[in-house]
Structure formats: structure tokens, C-alpha cells
Design a protein around this ligand. Structure first.
Ligand code: COA
Length: 452
């Protein structure tokens, strides 16, 4: 059959397409701004038809109808990452969280831990050869889709055609729904003075020729704003957002010095505004691959001078990180943090950085704490963290003893919480925080270090 006819033969309305889904099915759907909104809306609209559907996704959008109160009767939503939109649902028991390293998510589907019936995706329009790009969500969605019995795609001509191992042929799509809406956007975060200071400290750790991974949010955006004078930076990152566009256009990001895939920005998903989507569309500089490749620490480590910058909820005085929870309350997920912290630590001349404001909740809580809150999930072990950065400076943990780590971290805590942390230090180590022996050959005297 001619491609055009094949395409037409699969066209359905969203309501017709979701009628192909059976009660009890396991369904995966696209990530973040690539959520197939029309299909999900149709699922919710037709919910009485299904007794119980099992939904799996990552970074659900905040307005997800399928997790609103009352929907748990119809949908059992399992989030592979707890973003703001599903926090309440997960913590109140209406939805659930599956902890898993991002790079291992495809194995959950490929190896049958989560047998998949249906994949709901949003892809670009087909090219002349019938290939649709997974666009801004390749990640685990492409490999998962390859395991699904039924594939239903929203074909959106506004979805950028992102190159790489990022395509599905229309012959592998069972039903097509046309979507003419603009692709959902994520606005850049507001950068305040604290984030600026953190960005400046992080930028001081980035050498020319480094390859970077940066997460989502104000801190990564602030870091990018301090890189204008760097040379030949490269990107190998699970995600990118608007911040990188200006640095490519001004010639700071060239990818020339990358030791893996020189010349390419390697990513697995994207979220940003139309500015980013226009930039990545059909751009041969962009290579989107699935997350089992991009986030595999053994792949990441092939980038010399790999620098990863991630954030967290709490760090204890040993350098243990939770990026996911406050005690038992799930705030977020592991995502790709450990993948990159591991990969960057193993890379030649690599650096793994945790960057955080020193306080949370409008300055009322220290993010540097004696102990992670009881019940916290440890995201990154103390062995994988090279640096912790706050607006008060840089704690360099690599090769440091427990006492030295605690000092480094107390020195970058917010001053109003330092006395409390020093009290814990003295109790824990049975020694004075100001003992000059701990600074021998290094920083001189304790008072000076404390005043940093
Ligand atoms: N105690 C209590 N609450 C805390 C807290 C603490 N120590 N630290 C943060 N919070 C709360 C904030 O108040 C906020 O709550 P709100 O949304 O109700 O206002 C929430 O947790 C998120 O914190 P915020 O500072 O807004 O987060 P962020 O946008 O800077 O992101 C992480 C920080 C840790 C949530 C985020 O980096 C993440 O999800 N990391 C894990 C995944 C990862 O690193 N992936 C790799 C890169 S994409």
C-alpha cells in the first residue's frame, strides 16, 4: 500500500482510538511536554468503559486529569518519576511510584517486569519515507513502544523532527489521531540571586572543553548564564531546555572536544519553549537516543571532562543525597541523577556536582542536615558525590574523611544553621569543630574557613 494510503487507513478520532483499549490493560505514555493529551483526555472521558487501567509514565504534566481525585477508581497510575503534578496523588495513595534508575527503565518493559499492552505517543508527521520522529520524548518511551501490542500515535505536525535513533515507521503504528495543537511548553525558571551565586560557583568548576549534563530548573539555567566566556563546551545530557540555544548560537557550545560523538548534542528528552523546539527541529547537531544508551553510566563515562550538575532535597553531613523525598513523603524521583553522578565520577577528569540553595521553605529549613529525614530514600551515595555547591561556596568531598566532609558541608550551610550543625559535629566526632589539626596544610585556621 502507498504510504499516503497506509497513513489514511489508520486515522481515527481520539474516542475511536481509545476504544481499542481493553479493561485491565497496561499502558505507557509519552514524557513531560510530549504527553499525548488528546488520547489521555479521551481515556478519561470514556473511563466508564474500563474497569481498571494501569498507566505508566514519567514527568506527568501538572494538569493530568487521570490522577485527579476520584480517578483512582478507573486508573491505577504508576509514576516512574514523581513530579509536582502527581505528588499529592502518590503521597495520598491514589497513585504509586516505581523507583528505578532512568537508564534501566526500558528493561522494565523489555524484560517483561511490566508487560505492556498499549503505548500512547505523540510524534512528528511522517517524512517522505513514512518515519515519524519521537520528537521531544525518546527516553524510555521508544523502547517501551517497541514492546507494546498496540501503538496509538498522535501525529502532530508541530512536533519537532528530532534526529538520532528516534523514529517509528507508520507501519509500526496501529492507529493514528491527528493533533494540530502547539506542543506543550515549559517556561524557563526565574533565576534569583541565590541561584545566580550557585551558578557562578558551578561555572568556576567547568573547564573549557568539558561535556555537560544539566537538569531542569533555575539552577541549571543560572549555570548556563555564567558560561558565556567558556570555550568548546559539549552536551551529553538526559534533557535539554532553552538555556543551551543561546550558547550554541554564540559559539560556546561547539561539541568539538567531545570524546564521544563529537559535534553532537546527545539527549534523550527535551522540554522548553517554542524557541527550543525550533532549534532542535531537523537539526543535525542534535542526536536523540533512548535512555538506555544516553544515561548508561558506561556510556556517559566515555566523555572526558564530563561534568554533571544536579540538585537535591537534603544532603547529610557525610554527603549522602536524597533528591526524592522528605522522610517518607515523596517529592521527586531518582530520574537520571545517579546515572550521571556515576558516569561523570568515572569519566576521565569528570566531576559530579550537587548544586542546591542552602535552605528550603523560604529559608526556614537547612538543606544540609545531620541526618537525612527518617524514611528518606537515598538517591546518590556519598561515594558518588565530588562537590556540593550552595550560595555560600563549594564543598569538595572527594578523598575526604568523614570529619573533613562534615566540615566542608557545614562551611557552605546557611550561617543561621551552622551552630546547630557544629553542635552535631562535636557530638559525633567527639572533637572541636575549630581544631586546627583538621586544616593542616590546607586552609589555615578554622575561623577563616568558617567565614567562607
Ligand atoms: N525540606 C522540605 N521540603 C523541601 C526540601 C527540604 N529540605 N527541599 C525541597 N523541598 C520542597 C520545596 O519546598 C518544593 O516544594 P513545593 O513544590 O511545594 O514548593 C519541592 O520540595 C521541590 O523543591 P524545589 O526547590 O522547588 O525543587 P527544584 O525544582 O530545585 O528541584 C529536585 C529539586 C531535587 C526536586 C530536582 O532536582 C529533582 O527532581 N532531582 C532528582 C532527579 C534528577 O536529579 N534528575 C537528573 C536531572 S533531570
Amino acid at each position: 500500500m502507498k504510504l499516503e494510503n497506509l497513513y489514511k487507513s489508520k486515522l481515527l478520532s481520539a474516542d475511536e482510538a481509545v476504544s481499542k483499549i481493553n479493561p485491565g490493560d497496561n499502558i505507557v505514555f509519552g514524557t513531560g511536554c510530549a504527553e499525548p493529551v488528546m488520547l489521555l483526555h479521551a481515556l478519561v472521558k470514556n473511563r466508564e468503559r474500563y474497569k481498571s487501567l494501569h498507566l505508566y509514565s514519567m514527568l506527568p504534566r501538572s494538569d493530568g486529569e487521570y490522577v485527579q481525585e476520584g480517578m483512582e477508581k478507573y486508573f491505577h497510575y504508576n509514576s516512574l518519576f514523581v513530579s509536582k503534578g502527581v505528588r499529592d496523588a502518590v503521597n495520598s495513595g491514589r497513585a504509586d511510584y516505581i523507583p528505578c534508575f532512568f537508564h534501566e527503565m526500558p528493561r522494565l518493559f523489555k524484560e517483561g517486569y511490566i508487560p505492556l499492552d498499549v503505548s500512547l505517543i505523540q510524534v512528528s508527521k511522517p517524512d517522505n519515507h513514512g518515519f515519524c520522529s519521537f520528537g521531544i520524548s525518546n527516553d524510555f518511551v521508544k523502547p517501551a513502544t517497541e514492546c507494546a501490542k498496540i501503538v496509538i500515535a498522535e501525529v502532530n505536525e508541530n512536533m519537532p523532527r528530532v534526529l538520532g535513533d528516534s523514529f517509528i515507521h507508520i507501519s509500526d503504528i496501529d492507529y493514528i489521531v491527528r493533533n494540530d495543537h502547539p506542543v506543550a511548553e515549559m517556561a524557563p525558571s526565574k533565576i534569583g540571586d541565590v541561584e545566580k551565586k550557585i551558578g557562578e560557583y558551578c561555572a568556576s568548576l567547568i573547564e573549557d572543553g568539558s561535556t555537560l549534563q544539566l537538569g531542569i530548573g533555575a539552577i541549571p539555567d543560572a549555570v548556563l548564564s555564567f558560561l558565556k566566556n567558556k570555550k568548546d563546551l559539549g552536551i551529553h545530557s538526559e534533557m535539554i531546555s532553552d538555556g543551551i540555544v543561546d550558547l550554541v548560537e554564540s559559539g560556546v557550545i561547539t561539541n568539538k572536544k567531545k570524546t564521544l560523538k563529537p559535534g553532537k548534542i546527545v539527549v534523550t528528552f527535551l522540554m522548553g519553549t517554542q524557541k527550543l523546539y525550533d532549534f532542535v527541529n531537523d537539526n543535525a547537531m542534535i542526536e536523540s537516543d533512548s535512555v538506555d544508551y544516553v544515561n548508561d553510566p558506561l556510556i556517559i563515562m566515555k566523555n572526558y571532562k564530563m561534568v554533571c550538575i544536579n540538585s537535591c532535597v537534603e544532603v547529610d553531613l557525610m554527603g549522602q543525597i536524597t533528591a526524592e523525598s522528605v522522610g517518607l513523603k515523596q517529592i521527586s524521583g531518582v530520574g537520571g541523577q545517579v546515572d550521571f553522578m556515576r558516569g561523570a565520577s568515572r569519566a576521565k577528569d569528570g566531576k559530579s556536582i550537587i548544586a542546591i540553595p542552602s535552605t528550603a521553605k523560604k529559608g526556614t529549613i537547612s538543606k544540609i542536615v545531620p541526618f537525612l529525614s527518617e524514611g528518606a530514600g537515598v538517591t546518590t551515595s556519598r561515594n558518588d558525590v565530588h562537590y556540593v555547591v550552595t550560595e555560600y561556596g563549594i564543598a569538595d568531598l572527594r578523598g575526604k574523611s568523614l570529619k573533613e566532609r562534615a566540615r566542608e558541608l557545614i562551611n557552605i550551610a546557611h550561617p543561621k544553621f551552622r551552630d546547630e550543625l557544629i553542635g552535631e559535629f562535636e557530638k559525633r566526632f567527639n572533637s572541636s569543630y575549630y581544631d586546627k589539626r583538621f586544616f593542616l596544610g590546607k586552609k589555615g585556621d578554622g575561623e577563616k574557613t568558617r567565614a567562607k
